[in-house]
Design a protein around this ligand. Structure first.
Ligand code: MD3
Ligand code: FE
Length: 214
């Protein structure tokens, strides 16, 4: 078969670990619908920098939508039904996000994924996210679906121990990553975003993570 025949089907899913699948460009056809859905979410729940329990201002700005949103303050990390800025419930999870997450999860082998939380991260050039585990969700048996938009990033995909050697994986505009099972508690992070201007999003990277938190 010649190369152009393969390209007709686009890049293929890549299994990065036993229960981690990268779906290159999976969200590309829905970028405009996603951005349209995010606009009112971010109007109601604007970007903010939270502080770690230790008092450090986080470099990543964030917001949330869905029944639960991830928050951090001097009392700790947790999911909350209310936006601490407005005192109101977080904006609802847009249907386009819910549907995309369900299709991506199914493609990666997790049928029936119904997230109740979407953490929205905002990176300017130079912003990084240090190595951490996601363990504030109730059921680690549920996968997480991540959608990357805007400037590319390199994520660090580590092991179950902080000191385990991390793989470096490029995450580009429109890529979707799904991980669950035994990979759910791997340490991971994002290297400082390189300076650049994305043709659609400008000087930023946005990452959406869909989770079943409650
Ligand atoms: C999970 N966000 O919000 S998502 C987070 O790009 C978070 O904003 C990052 O980590 C971001 O908690 C990364 C993609 C990702 C990559 C590797 C992982 C999630 C992972 C490895 C193990 C578990
Ligand atoms: Fe994380």
């Amino acid at each position: 078969m010649i190369q152009s025949d393969l390209d007709l089907f686009g890049p293929q899913p890549q299994r990065l670990a036993s229960h981690t699948v990268l779906l290159p460009g999976f969200a590309l056809g829905e970028v405009e619908a996603l951005l349209d859905a995010l606009r009112p979410v971010l109007r109601a729940a604007p970007w903010r920098h939270m502080h770690t329990p230790g008092g450090q201002r986080m470099a990543v700005a964030l917001s949330n939508c869905g029944a639960l949103g991830w928050v951090s303050d001097e009392r700790g990390y947790r999911y909350s039904p209310l936006d601490p800025l407005s005192g109101q419930p977080w904006p609802a999870l847009p249907a386009v996000l819910l549907a995309l997450a369900g299709r991506a999860a199914a493609q990666a082998g997790f049928e029936g994924f119904v997230p109740d939380a979407c953490l929205i991260n905002h990176y300017l050039p130079g912003t990084r996210l240090s190595l951490h585990q996601d363990r504030d969700e109730r059921d680690f048996g549920q996968p997480i679906v991540s959608i990357s938009l805007g400037l590319p990033a390199v994520f660090l995909f580590g092991g179950l121990q902080r000191a385990d050697r991390a793989q470096r994986i490029a995450l580009n505009h429109g890529d979707v990553l799904v991980w669950g099972g035994e990979d759910r508690l791997r340490f991971h992070g994002v290297l400082p975003v390189k300076p650049g201007v994305h043709p659609r999003l400008g000087e930023r990277r946005i990452n959406l993570t869909l989770r079943k938190a409650g």
